[in-house]
Design a binder for this molecule. Structure first.
Ligand SMILES: [Zn+2]
Length: 81
């Protein structure tokens, strides 16, 4: 049996309660959240450019324009799952 180790809600090992914030998330969670935000921004710019370069138009099923950021936001959510 491995020694019992405190973990945050995301399963990161934490040494002491002071490693975690009021929501129980640790420093690794915080770092990962910030990294995901940076990735999201980079992905948004890269994807919009890539779609536009190949002539993709952002429209819903009824042909109405959809903001590229809405499309990208959904892509990012899928990517992060
Ligand atoms: Zn964590």
């Amino acid at each position: 049996m491995p020694a019992a180790v405190d973990q945050c809600p995301q399963g990161h090992d934490t040494q002491t309660a002071s490693d975690r914030d009021a929501q129980g998330h640790c420093r690794k969670c915080k770092a990962e959240r910030e990294r995901r935000r940076r990735v999201s921004t980079a992905m948004k710019l890269t994807l919009i450019k890539a779609f536009e370069d190949v002539g993709v138009r952002f429209e819903d099923d009824d042909g109405r324009p959809v903001a590229p950021t809405d499309v990208v936001r959904q892509l990012v959510e899928i990517y992060q799952q």
